[in-house]
Design a binder for this molecule. Sequence first.
Ligand SMILES: CC(C)(COP(=O)(O)OP(=O)(O)OC[C@H]1O[C@@H](n2cnc3c(N)ncnc32)[C@H](O)[C@@H]1OP(=O)(O)O)[C@@H](O)C(=O)NCCC(=O)NCCS
Length: 159
Amino acid sequence: MPQVRLRDVEARAAGAADYAFIRELGRATVMSSVGTLRRTTHQLAVAAFDRLTEIVDAQSHVAFVAMAEGARIGFVLLLDELPDEVTLTAQGFIAYMAVTPERRGTGAGTALLEAAENEARRLGLPYMALMVTEENAVARRLYERSGYTTERRLLCKAL
Ligand SMILES: CC(C)(COP(=O)(O)OP(=O)(O)OC[C@H]1O[C@@H](n2cnc3c(N)ncnc32)[C@H](O)[C@@H]1OP(=O)(O)O)[C@@H](O)C(=O)NCCC(=O)NCCS
């Protein structure tokens, strides 16, 4: 599996023990993806993350964990057999990524995204896609800086 180093950060393919870390950090950060439009609770958002990990587990995917000084500091979940629903073109899809709060802003997110993209290229996938919440400015900046542009919009209205 490919490895990416960005300063002291290394993204490596996840092993069985890494999935507990992924679940814990995903649960802890999931509110970053909840916008203000939908009324929900932390408990429901955590349940949604658990459901997401079950969906990912059941599908072909690759997980990378970012390591720094021997500690796990972030992860990315890449779905590699989920074609675009509108065009049916093959693509990689980032199901979720997160970095531990104390290690943000050190390039781990960038390294993880790069690891996922390299893996998708290695698998011959011509695109990478992901969904990001409009109000998640930090994540949007990361994706924009990495070359992502808006292809579609998810519209929602409170009734
Ligand atoms: C979004 C997220 C994954 C970004 O992770 P990160 O490790 O902080 O990302 P990076 O460090 O690569 O980039 C973040 C910032 O640090 C800066 N940076 C990158 N490497 C750096 C370095 N070596 N030294 C200093 N700053 C650096 C980047 O330029 C960027 O700054 P900017 O936002 O002002 O442009 C993280 O904020 C997170 O886990 N959020 C909660 C979960 C979430 O929202 N996930 C996305 C769901 S779609």
